[in-house]
Design a protein around this ligand. Structure first.
Ligand SMILES: Cc1ncc(C[n+]2csc(CCOP(=O)(O)OP(=O)(O)O)c2C)c(N)n1
Ligand SMILES: [Mg+2]
Length: 575
């Protein structure tokens, strides 16, 4: 079988349904097999960054991996930001680029970006987990398999494989054996560390048994598919759960034990509880405890008795805070270990359930979960983004996937949208503007069974808005909600405090994004009045076709980040 057909067949065996590309001479041999591999549908994006962002969105929504193709040289360099975003979020994305024939390397050939010329393999070595060129037909299967293993092993991340044209045309004779998850992500946990954890939860001196235990769940819980076990653990022992923003949806945000988000854009219940000084044990599952996840490294989050930190990446344990119990391993394994402990331990831990239940009830009764909760019903015209997001949440089904871009709109989504399941709230850590537009398309292809809404800004539309054309071309029913505030809003909020000159640099002319969408074959509507929001969302939902809503908002509303800003100020003052 030819290399190109072989790789696509391997993708099919690994469970992919779609791959993303922009064609070109250096990947011409893929064209025929791309249209002739049962079960694999190729999606041609407008721009290579779009193709790679789509693969990233596909990976995040599916829990499998994403694959994209580009020519070497200008095609693959267009993917740099997308690979950086996948790297920051440990998203498994395979980038395959074509290359001039091996015998032409460095000899002045058109678009030669081989190691003897522009060297795109070296370019991606600093961004991807691996970046290899296949230099011999004997290495096709080996390098391909090694790339997939590297991509899928924890912590996951993007990989790049460069295939010269002569290699694309050679034959591979070995069969493809489906990769075994127990090989690339073995379930290992040190039993001594688990024992140490039990000693903290149930000390020999029972008089000092902690009752105020809180879980802070990060993306590691989602990656290890441990959300069910986290729910069981919380319910069995009445333990309140906060998530990081990145892990939004890992714990249902309307659950009686949910505190919401802790950290950037976080919720009042989570922030006030974790900073209260009342927490005795803080169990952190699968979070790198980054600047955002720690409310700007706020020391007040440290518990009275013990910080327990579970993560697959040993580098992040102890990076931010000293840790009582460092547990290197898979969150799912640790939760399983806790839930399946000896019966006497389980009943001893449950002894303090009643105390926790009253504590959590008090926390939740202390006031609204949201900061500035009244903004969600604002009648302002132009519209308040908080009102837009709450109205959207009311209209769309519970299982909707929200894909969120970069800007002030992202902060309103983080705070005012509620997510109930893992992989239903997709956003990046790196924050490349425009990511959500193509990532949403990839995510919808991975989860065709669910409604999918992309929330983006007018600035983001200027960067990658052209990809709505791809949704239209393939009739992929994504709803694109543009928070159109005639500004690079997030930056404008800061710049406007410096005067009209700086503010002017961040203002944008008001554009008719509905008109733009219609010109590309989408259905579209412009919303200017609060009362029109819900009918507009209903119409977009029933259309069953790509749809753009241009929602006119005021840029002057500040984002719900007051506690974060205060924590930042304290940090600046003290250090
Ligand atoms: C590629 C890239 N360039 C610049 C930035 C810095 N930045 C972050 S948010 C933002 C403005 C986004 O504007 P818009 O899409 O209109 O969203 P809004 O803030 O108005 O909601 C900018 C310029 C970025 N995150 N990514
Ligand atoms: Mg804007």
């Amino acid at each position: 079988m030819e290399t190109t057909a072989y790789l696509l067949e391997a993708f099919r065996i690994e469970g992919l349904s779609h791959v993303f590309l922009v064609p070109g001479g250096l990947i011409d041999p893929f064209l025929l097999p791309l249209t002739a591999t049962d079960g694999i549908t190729p999606i041609v994006a407008a721009h290579e960054s779009g193709a790679a962002f789509m693969a990233d969105g596909y990976a995040r929504a599916s829990g499998r991996f994403g694959a994209c193709f580009a020519i070497g040289g200008p095609g693959i360099t267009n993917m740099v930001t997308a690979v950086a975003a996948a790297c920051s979020d440990q998203s498994p994305v395979l980038v395959i680029s074509g290359q001039v024939p091996s015998a032409w390397e460095g000899r002045g050939g058109f678009q030669d970006s081989s190691p003897a010329a522009l060297n795109d393999v070296a370019l991606f070595q600093s961004l991807a987990k691996s970046s290899l060129i296949v230099e011999s037909p004997h290495l096709v299967r080996h390098h391909f398999r090694a790339s997939l293993m590297t991509m899928l092993a924890s912590p996951q991340g993007p990989v790049h494989l460069s295939l010269p044209l002569d290699i694309q045309r050679t034959d591979v004779h070995l069969p493809w054996d489906k990769l075994d998850a127990s090989v690339y992500s073995p379930a290992v946990i040190d039993p001594r560390a688990l024992e140490h954890l039990w000693q903290i939860l149930l000390p020999d001196d029972r008089a000092h048994t902690p009752s105020r235990i809180v879980v802070l769940a990060g993306a590691g819980v989602e990656k290890s598919r441990a959300t069910g076990d986290l729910l069981s653990f919380a319910e069995r022992f009445e333990i309140p759960v906060a998530t990081t923003l990145r892990a939004k949806g890992t714990f249902p945000e309307d659950h009686r034990l949910s505190l919401g988000i802790f950290g950037f854009a976080g919720h009042r219940h989570a922030i006030e509880t974790i900073l209260s000084g009342e927490v005795e044990v803080l169990l952190v599952f699968g979070s790198g405890l980054s600047q955002w996840d720690t409310l700007f490294w706020d020391r007040k989050m440290l518990p009275r008795s013990a910080l327990i930190h579970v993560d697959l990446d040993p580098k992040v344990i102890g990076r931010t805070w000293a840790t009582e119990v460092p547990l290197v391993g898979d969150c799912g394994q640790v939760l399983y270990g806790l839930l399946n402990a000896e019966p006497h331990r389980l009943s001893a831990l449950a002894h303090t359930n009643e105390e926790r239940r009253t504590w959590v009830e008090r926390l939740r009764a202390s006031g609204p979960r949201y900061y500035d909760a009244e903004h969600a019903s604002s009648d302002a015209v132009p519209l308040h983004p908080a009102r837009v997001i709450r109205a959207l949440r009311r209209v769309v089904p519970r299982n909707t996937v929200l894909v969120v871009d970069s800007g002030a709109h992202a902060v309103f989504c983080a705070h005012y949208w509620d997510a109930y399941e893992p992989r239903t709230y997709l956003a990046t850590k790196l924050g490349p503007m425009g990511w959500a537009i193509p990532a949403g398309i990839g995510a919808k292809l991975a989860r065709p069974d669910r409604p999918l809404v992309v929330v983006t800004g007018d600035g983001c539309m200027l960067m990658h808005g052209m990809e709505i054309h791809t949704a239209s071309r393939y009739q992929i029913p994504v709803i694109f909600l543009v928070i159109n505030n005639s500004a690079l809003g997030n930056v404008w909020l800061r710049a406007s405090r410096q005067g009209p000159g700086p503010a002017g640099l961040t203002e944008l002319p008001t554009r008719d994004w509905s008109g733009f969408a219609r010109s590309l074959g989408l259905q579209a509507a412009t919303v200017t009045a609060p009362a029109d929001l819900e009918p507009a969302f209903q119409a977009a939902l029933v259309a069953g076709a790509p749809y753009l809503l241009d929602v006119r908002c005021d840029r002057a509303f500040s984002t719900p980040v007051t506690p974060y800003d205060e924590a930042m100020q304290e940090w600046v003052d003290n250090d």
